[in-house]
Design a protein around this ligand. Sequence first.
Ligand code: APR
Ligand code: ZN
Ligand code: ZN
Length: 361
Amino acid sequence: MPQEVRGVIARAKGEPVTVETIVVPDPGPGEAVVAIQACGVCHTDLHYREGGINDEFPFLLGHEAAGLVETVGDGVTDVAPGDFVILNWRAVCGSCRSCEKGKPQYCFATHNAEQKMTLTDGTELSPALGIGAFCEKTLVAAGQCTKVDPSAKPEVAGLLGCGVMAGLGAAMNTGGVGRGDSVAVFGCGGVGDAALEGARLAGASTIIAVDIDDQKLEWAKDFGATHTINSTKEDPVERIRELTDGNGVDVAIEAIGLPETYEQAFYARDLAGTVVLVGVPNPEMKIELPYIEIFGRGGALKSSWYGDCLPSRDFPMLIDLHLQGRLNLEGFVSETIAIDDVEEAFHKMERGEVLRSVVVI
Ligand code: APR
Ligand code: ZN
Ligand code: ZN
């Protein structure tokens, strides 16, 4: 029987979100219905509401979630009712050209549920990032459910579903940070702080946080920053060189999505170092760099999509490290809120007051 539950809907561009009754179908073949326990509020949810992703309103928002599998459809063998899962937006297909090359972390044909959730009048909903988890229950492809140790708290575990994974993976997967490396992270929001934490976990010994907000720089210290730079008060490139014997860092991570900070990251890295872009630029932005510097500095200029994560490999491992006390995830949860408070949480996010507000259901 299809179920009626409450969910957070963005009906039209720029309009405040509303909590409405949605209809969740029974899972079809390859699908699962998940009872959501917690879901973080991410910038991407706000971008959907602002029409910045596409025009397929109404959206069912929310995508950084953890919960319990309630029912599964035919042919689902990887997860079963009762499993504690983190939802991911990279359910790999196994057969696209990237999967076939043995690189499922870039899968170009990821799965979502085939059936649609709807409003009570039958209007089809577009779930954010193919998830839609500011709701009591959601329908996803079974491959979007990654089983992890149920001793982790849902409000902490769910964060791995998007922004925190993006930052951790930018350092650990894309940047390939290793023992003794020096790392600089530009932008200390949830994504940047997770990149700092990833650098610490990977064994970096010099970890430099750059931001324009002293409060954010204070918080960055809880995620492993050994040095902080307020780039409105001093030149970040010069200061990073000073902190690294005049050389620059091995890995420079841009976690904002601005041309000016990408340039800073480009010049703040050592010869043969790596620049990682995990911040998302807007389509109008352009950068200009001296071509000879791109050659002369060598190394690698990389982009990190969702931290280049492979959910089945990374989520259980990161949850285990967290449960062993080696990965600070609880520090990202600034507040827990109710499903009715998402609009207010967007405003707090815009004012830079929180790393993550997390809806607990
Ligand atoms: N220089 C340095 N820091 C800056 C600058 C700047 N010019 N402009 C903004 N910042 C800082 C802010 O003060 C804030 O601490 O960057 C941080 C951005 O954090 P959030 O807005 O919380 O964003 P976050 O959720 O971390 O996401 C960062 O990654 O995945 C992408 O879409 C996401 O592009 C976004 C980026
Ligand atoms: Zn694939
Ligand atoms: Zn997100």
